[in-house]
Design a protein around this ligand. Structure first.
Ligand code: HEC
Length: 456
């Protein structure tokens, strides 16, 4: 096992794939923050690989799973009934993944908006290690496209204004050809330490519900904004995202428990820890985001690695590319699959200048990333790096042991945790990911589906 003392952030994939200019590279180094990615293992050859067939789940949300639809045609095998008795998905479905994915990815009762040609499953080659300070995850998967999926929606200049350009592929606008499919690739893990009941048997499906984006009976903006807990007088949200059934009094997203009851569940540890490595919005700055799931998919306290690149007052982007680093102040449709497009405040950005000679079709990222601006619990995951090579992403990231923030799971040696793994591939978001049944991962624990390997 070869563990270097330091991996510099300058090892992250070059910001500029489309330039070979040495002077530009030197200029780039000069503005890079001198932060270390710490002692992340680089030699994984002796760590066992667990292959998981991640599959497309369609709209198989919790309400569907708990309904009478979830049974065999002859009614002999009743998924919904046995789930209520605590039988886990794996018990009935082990080995079904590829066939289920192939079925669910096509138009049918659980997929009203199929993405043409999308594969039903993807193999995730997973390795897990740990030392005294961190858990380490290494994930490898083949992408559908022959390029790194690190482009994300842009602002596009139409001759007068900057308008949103690019959407995920489950969106109507992409399916009817109005907008191109543009969205970053992701690798996500969602963790519980035994405090969320049924997460060990039903996994991430526990957080997937009707009313959410791209799910049946999607909640309307007005309804959400008027909702006491989620809306303008509460979380200030305008949609419904992942939540736990423990925070509701029925299977309806709107039937929330009181603020005080929800806070009590959270304080007792009844939330999930969710972190996503993002090809556009976190990779370049060597991070993943850090969320938690309770009555909503919530940001951890503080500030994560990315923010919206928009100046509401001026109705224009806040930042553009810094020409002396990026080569130009904007990018364009024909470049986004060959150039690395993330916009990073301290690396390749400068303040937006409305008076430049902008041309129709100029593109500036909708988000700006920053490692320096990230802070608090939301900035915990600051040792992550993904590299796309020969059609595969390889992502390595560390999760610290011993975190004491109230919105984090405190991982430690000697224990096992239930983890859900997911991959978003080919310009998609929400339920368009590939997922797997919940697995227990042990860090020196007696019994677990996946045993992490201790490294020096
Ligand atoms: C008691 C066994 C059992 C359990 C437990 C169970 N299922 Fe099922 N599931 C079934 C049966 C039976 C079907 C219907 C399969 C068929 O008709 O071929 C089914 C169908 C499905 C389908 C639709 C697949 C298709 O072919 O249309 C999905 C998705 C699914 N289950 C997911 C889950 C998930 C997720 C869990 C755990 C949260 C789970 N199931 C737990 C038995 C079970």
């Amino acid at each position: 096992m070869n563990i270097p003392i330091k991996t510099s952030i300058t090892n992250v994939k070059p910001i500029l794939k489309h330039t070979s200019s040495i002077s530009m590279a030197i200029c780039l180094l000069a503005v890079l923050p001198s932060v270390a990615l710490s002692a992340v293992p680089t030699d994984w050859s002796s760590i066992p690989v667990t292959n998981l067939t991640l599959f497309y789940p369609g709209q198989s949300g919790y309400e569907w799973l708990m309904s009478e639809e979830h049974q065999s045609k002859d009614g002999k095998e009743q998924g919904y009934r046995d789930m209520k008795k605590g039988v886990d998905c794996f018990f009935c479905h082990e080995g079904d993944e590829a066939a289920m994915g192939d079925k669910l990815v096509k138009r049918g009762p659980l997929e009203p908006m199929p993405v043409t040609g999308k594969p039903g499953s993807v193999n995730l080659a997973l390795q897990v290690a740990y030392d005294n300070n961190n858990a380490y995850f290494r994930a490898k998967w083949k992408t559908r496209n022959p390029y790194a999926g690190d482009a994300h929606p842009f602002w596009r200049y139409d001759g007068k204004e900057w308008k949103a350009y690019g959407h995920p592929k489950l969106d109507k606008e992409v399916q009817n050809g109005e907008q191109p499919g543009i969205y970053e690739d992701r690798f996500s893990i969602m963790i519980d330490d035994g405090k969320v009941s049924d997460y060990d048997v039903h996994g991430c499906w526990l957080s997937c519900h009707d009313g959410q984006r791209d799910m049946p009976n999607k909640a309307g903006k007005t309804a959400v904004k008027g909702h006491a807990i989620l809306g303008d007088n509460g979380l200030k949200k305008s949609d419904v995202r992942k939540y736990l059934p423990s925070t509701r009094t029925s299977g309806n997203w709107a039937d929330t428990k009181s603020r005080a009851e929800i806070d009590k569940i959270g304080a007792a540890g009844g939330f999930l820890d969710l972190m996503q490595w993002r090809a556009h919005r976190s990779n370049v700055v060597g991070m993943t985001d850090d969320f938690n799931v309770l009555e909503y998919r919530l940001n951890d306290a503080g500030k994560g690695p990315f923010a919206k690149n928009w100046d509401k007052k001026m109705n224009q982007p806040k930042y553009m590319y810094n020409k002396s680093v990026f080569g130009s102040n904007s990018t364009s449709e024909d470049q986004i699959r060959t150039a690395s497009t993330p916009l990073t405040r301290e690396m390749n950005a400068s303040a937006f200048d409305p008076d430049l000679n902008w041309k129709v079709g100029d593109l500036i990222p909708e988000y700006v990333t920053s490692r320096e601006d990230a802070k608090g619990s939301a900035a915990d995951n600051n040792m992550a790096k993904g590299e796309w090579k020969d059609g595969m992403w390889t992502v390595v990231f560390a999760r610290k042991f011993g975190l004491t923030n109230p919105d984090d799971k405190n991982l430690s040696e000697g224990n096992a945790y239930t983890i859900g793994f997911a991959v978003h591939d080919d310009n998609i978001t929400t339920r368009g990911h590939y997922v797997y049944w919940p697995r227990s991962v042990g860090f020196g624990a007696e019994e677990a589906d996946i045993e992490a390997t201790k490294v020096p």
